[in-house]
Design a protein around this ligand. Structure first.
Ligand code: NAP
Length: 479
């Protein structure tokens, strides 16, 4: 099967007729081809977006809202089909795609369909000067959205929905590794009544298609989610052009467990925060720090729970851990097992590739727990982004706070405790954009989402996203 670019409301082959292979991670087989679009394709998309902008930016908020909610409802109506496609393309268990990815993609459109009708700007009465200031929030124009492979449609729509809601026209690129549901989305957008050119979906590699979007002088903002290194490459190109930039990047999130926590809830949630989506979620708690007094118990209970996780074909209903997204990614994660062995860390469980019966060429890996004796090692400092966590004990609050913050990343952190003073101390001093206390991945779409340090720049979510996708213009009137 060949998928196509969605430009100006129609599906089109790439200008160069250059195609990339698309692999099914569960079997390791090529099951389709995707355009490797170049700057000519991006220019076609740009011209379509540019000509759609004057009308779309003047479309009433009610009408934009109605169309976004239509898209959301269509996604819900086609949930099964989209979930299956997501699972095949990404390797994630079908149950995860059905209960998390596609419902969340639908929520993104519904949420921003509602949010735009409530988005308001400020006014300031300047006392003593008989003047009033008000701030217009105007759409930017044509914007670029670039998303990764781990939560394909979920993160793709998390950018597109606010961009469109705010009145922009969009050129969006999903990951070349997981293009399928973004491809399918085009048809639903047309059916929902989205005018041609408002959303253009271009496929291809980061180096070719992604770069063409970033380098385009008239694409005025880039919203990017992906790796920190890629973020730096994009910043180097886009910053001298003064593009607006929003970056959601990598993480190496601490999961801090105190002895006074609600143990059973903590244990169950820690298994999820370690291995959901094969550990390929930027918010996974990949560095687990456990208070010394419960360390031995936790270690034994955790390993027992992890060993019960079933690695299997994504379509099997009892599969907990599906396939990693690609051969390259599997090799990258396996390399950390070699590092663990060569540095003398203790692999407590897992550590090996899994051969799933009848799918021996798929990219499966055992969920892996590694005991490390320092936070200052490669395993604790580099993002592995697979079903791999490290654990180590701590003695004091001071010690664990220092270790949690001793990282280039600062995306999220989780703390398990029932001590209020400690909670307030940690939430104040942890260097992270998102902190969960006694829970994980509990999301309210109105909240600011994003990281500090090398984990990102700016925030997505709620009005933060609508602010990013608009240009404030202040007007001062003297009367
Ligand atoms: P990636 O390699 O950085 O790619 C992300 C996207 O950027 C893909 O669409 C990619 O295209 C494109 N791209 C690659 N090089 C580019 C370039 N030079 N110019 C423009 N675009 C380029 O990241 P990934 O491996 O897909 O995703 C995993 C990373 O994303 C992890 O680090 C994870 O932590 C991070 N992530 C962060 C968040 C968050 O909210 N903070 C959420 C999810 C994931 P190709 O696929 O074709 O290379």
């Amino acid at each position: 099967m060949k998928i196509q670019n969605y430009i100006n409301g129609t599906y089109q082959n790439p200008n160069s007729q250059d195609w990339l292979e698309n692999f099914n991670p569960a079997s390791g087989e090529v099951y389709g081809f995707i355009p490797n679009s170049n700057e000519v394709d991006v220019e076609h998309a740009f011209l379509a977006a540019k000509s759609a902008f004057p009308s779309w930016s003047q479309t009433s908020l009610e009408e934009r809202s109605r169309i976004l909610i239509n898209i959301s409802e269509l996604l819900e109506a086609h949930l099964e089909r989209f979930a299956e496609a997501e699972s095949i393309d990404n390797g994630k268990p079908l149950t995860v795609a059905k209960t998390i990815d596609i419902p969340r993609a639908a929520s993104n459109f519904r949420f921003f369909g509602h949010a735009i009708t409530q988005f308001a700007s400020e006014s300031h009465e300047t006392k003593g000067f008989s003047a009033i200031n008000y701030t217009l929030r105007q759409p930017i124009g044509v914007v670029g959205c670039i998303s990764p492979w781990n939560l394909p449609l979920y993160l793709f729509t998390w950018k597109i929905a606010p961009a469109i809601a705010a009145g922009n026209c969009v050129i969006a690129k999903p990951s070349e590794v997981t293009p399928m549901t973004a491809y399918m989305l085009g048809t639903l957008c047309t059916e929902a009544g989205l005018p041609p050119g408002v959303l253009n979906i271009i496929h291809g590699s980061g180096e070719k298609t992604g770069q063409a979007i970033v380098k385009h002088p008239n694409i005025k903002a880039i919203s990017f989610t992906g790796g920190t290194k890629t973020g730096a490459t994009i910043a180097k190109i886009a910053a001298p052009m003064f593009k607006k930039l929003s970056f959601e990047l990598g993480g190496k999130n601490p999961n801090i467990i105190f002895a006074d926590c609600d143990y059973d809830t903590m244990l169950e949630t820690t298994v999820k925060s370690s291995f959901s989506n094969q550990g390929q979620i930027c918010l996974c708690g990949s560095r687990i720090f456990v208070e010394q007094s419960i360390y031995t118990k936790f270690k034994s209970d955790f390993i027992q729970s992890v060993k019960q996780l079933k690695v299997g074909h994504p379509m099997e209903t009892d599969t907990d851990i599906g396939a990693l997204v690609s051969q390259t990614h599997l090799e990258k994660v396996l390399n950390y097992m070699s590092i663990a062995r060569s540095e003398g860390h203790n692999i407590l469980c897992g550590g090996h590739q899994v051969l799933v019966k009848n799918h021996e060429n798929g990219y499966y890996l055992e969920p892996t727990v590694i005991e490390v004796n320092t936070n200052n090692c490669q395993l604790n400092q580099e993002e592995i982004f697979g079903p791999v966590v490290t654990i180590m004990p701590f003695e004091t609050e001071e010690e664990v706070l220092n270790m949690a913050n001793a990282s280039n990343y600062g995306l999220s952190a989780t703390i398990w405790t029932n001590n209020l003073k400690r909670t307030m101390h940690f939430t104040e001093h942890l260097q992270a954009g998102i902190i969960w206390v006694n829970t994980w991945m509990l999301r309210d779409l109105r909240t600011p989402f994003g990281g500090t340090k090398s984990s990102g720049l700016g925030r997505e979510g709620g009005f933060e996203a609508l602010r990013f996708f608009t240009e404030p213009k202040n007007v001062c009137i003297k009367y």
